[in-house]
Design a protein around this ligand. Structure first.
Ligand code: COA
Length: 175
């Protein structure tokens, strides 16, 4: 299968394979803009993606490093720094920020693992590493490393170990 099909199918599967049209358009343009090999078409996809994203306040670049199987719950007002990295089968929601810290020991952008669920209005900032299978509750502020298999709440964030932390929340995944 082509890289585009791998990524697009992994994304669409997350919505039980039946997302609404606007979500299909998002994933189609987002993945095409990142991997289309014919440069003029890639530029066209990027331009269309930018128009689509601007209408919903989505600040993310088409060549963002986001693994297959990204799920967007309520696609409004999302900011992801272009240097952030996000693994496979993650869930993001409206109002989240994945951003840069500009000075000090955490200067830089987050690296986020696989099967990470990021709740509404949460912020993850700085050169921090979020492990795999991490559940970040709505309205959390995360500027520290989070080990795999954790549930995270609040500001300053409380971290609780939990096996299968994202069970019931990160569903319909292609491994
Ligand atoms: C974060 C969330 C996943 C926790 O779910 P859960 O793990 O099933 O919750 P539990 O009640 O079993 O709590 C797990 C642990 O965290 C603790 N905890 C729960 N809420 C907490 C809070 N606000 N602050 C600190 N600790 C908290 C519990 O006391 C428990 O601790 P323990 O294991 O030591 O007993 C859930 O509360 C949540 O917010 N889900 C998302 C809902 C949502 O945003 N829906 C809209 C989607 S668009």
């Amino acid at each position: 299968m082509s890289k585009f099909k791998d990524l697009y199918n992994a994304d669409i599967t997350r919505y039980r394979g039946k997302p609404e049209a606007y979500i299909r358009i998002f994933h189609f343009l987002y993945r095409k803009a990142a991997v289309a090999s014919f440069i003029p078409m890639r530029l066209l996809y990027k331009a269309l993606f930018r128009i689509w994203a601007n209408r919903r306040g989505l600040e993310l670049t088409a060549n963002q490093q986001i693994g297959g199987g990204i799920y967007i719950g309520h696609a409004y007002n999302i900011t992801i720094n272009s240097k952030a990295k996000i693994g496979r089968n993650c869930n993001i929601h409206k109002g989240i920020v994945i951003g840069q810290v500009n000075r000090g020991s955490r200067k830089g952008c987050p690296t986020i693992g696989d099967r990470v669920w990021i709740g509404i209005n949460s912020a993850i900032v700085g050169n921090v590493t979020i492990g795999d299978d991490v559940m970040i509750a709505p309205n959390s502020f995360v500027n520290v490393d989070i080990p795999s298999h954790s549930v995270v709440f609040g500001n300053p964030c409380v971290i609780k170990h939990r096996d299968w932390a994202t069970e019931g929340y990160v569903n319909n995944i292609v491994e």
